[in-house]
Write a protein that binds this ligand. Structure first.
Ligand code: SAM
Length: 306
């Protein structure tokens, strides 16, 4: 797409170059994360959201939904690895795994690493077929296992999917549920309400683990995070918050809410560990040490989220 003739509210020309800015006064009041654009690869309004994919000068290809960065080729592994391996390595036999959202298929790529080593079945429920198709084209390393024979992809609303499960009395089937959704504005809104935690509880086994991206971070909106954690605590017995470095998310830090019904479980300690050599072969971000450290928060945030 010719940048000179392309208009998008998040793209502007500054000092002779084109820049993307994550402009969202509600989510990021008074600040914005920006990337210089080399090329706009794709733009469309799908049935569910505004999808923009561009090649940046420094972060590789970037997927943006409704003006908010979802992932960049440079740092996606940080988030994808933490949201996947924290619950998997905390569970003794994570046979059946459900991913809600996750259209770039990065979480699926991480889960495939555990096939034959505990994980037997992977289901991903993504609302927008377009995100998957475009990720296959423009984010090929993330989406490389979208057609893996052990990966079952359903195109559906994840909230509705869980509601149907609970009404069919088919709850309690998954060992792990990973909610890799976009932010609360748009089709992911329902994932940040108490009712969603109830649905997760009915879909996960008694000793299962759920994890979700918390949308906000400790620098931007600690009050929101603490209220999200409280919503999870109304439903689950053990709820923790862990975090990773994520330079392409505004403020550079992203948190995850992780929860289980097992009162005695220490989610911050991996149950299964690998040798350092195996860790270096399998992961770029995750390790047993990173797992534990991800649960350690700076003092002020720890106090607010305790
Ligand atoms: N890692 C990213 C982040 O934290 O911003 C999320 C990436 S992933 C691309 C988010 C996916 O959630 C999108 O593909 C979006 O279409 C999907 N999604 C949003 N609402 C959904 C819903 N109700 N059901 C299923 N998938 C949904």
């Amino acid at each position: 797409l010719d940048l000179e003739n392309f208009t998008h509210p998040a793209i502007s020309k500054l000092n002779g170059s084109f820049w993307f800015h994550e402009l969202n006064e509600e989510c990021f009041p008074g600040q914005t994360f920006g990337l210089r654009i080399d090329k706009v690869l794709h733009h469309e309004k799908s049935e569910f959201q505004d999808i923009l994919i561009f090649q940046s000068s420094t972060f590789g290809n970037v997927l943006v939904l409704n003006g908010i960065v979802q992932c960049t080729e440079k740092d996606e592994f940080s988030y994808q690895e933490l949201i996947t391996h924290v619950p998997i390595m905390s569970h003794p036999y994570p046979k059946k795994v459900l991913v809600i959202g996750g259209g770039d298929c990065g979480v699926v790529r991480e889960l495939v690493k555990h096939l034959g080593k505990g994980v037997e079945e992977i289901t991903m429920v993504e609302i927008d077929r377009k995100v998957i198709e475009l990720s296959v084209k423009y984010l090929p390393d993330m989406a490389k296992f979208h057609d893996h024979p052990k990966v079952n992809i359903e195109i559906a609303d994840g909230f509705q999917f869980l509601q149907d499960l609970s009404s069919q009395d088919e709850g309690g089937k998954y060992d792990i549920i990973i909610t890799d959704s976009s932010d609360p504005e748009g089709p992911a809104e329902e994932f940040f309400q108490v009712n969603y935690f109830h649905l997760l509880k009915s879909a996960v086994k008694q000793d299962g683990i759920v994890i979700m991206q918390s949308s906000e971070n400790i620098w931007l909106n600690l009050t929101y995070l603490s209220s999200l954690k409280e919503k999870a605590q109304q439903v689950f017995s053990t709820v923790e918050y862990c975090q990773c470095y994520m330079p392409s998310y505004t403020s550079g830090q992203l948190g995850l809410i992780v929860a289980t019904m097992d009162k005695t479980k220490n989610l911050s300690k991996p149950l299964r560990t690998l040798s350092r050599e195996q860790e270096e072969k399998m992961f770029r971000y995750y390790s047993a040490a990173v797992h534990e450290a991800a649960f350690v928060l700076p003092t002020w945030a720890d106090r607010a989220l305790r």
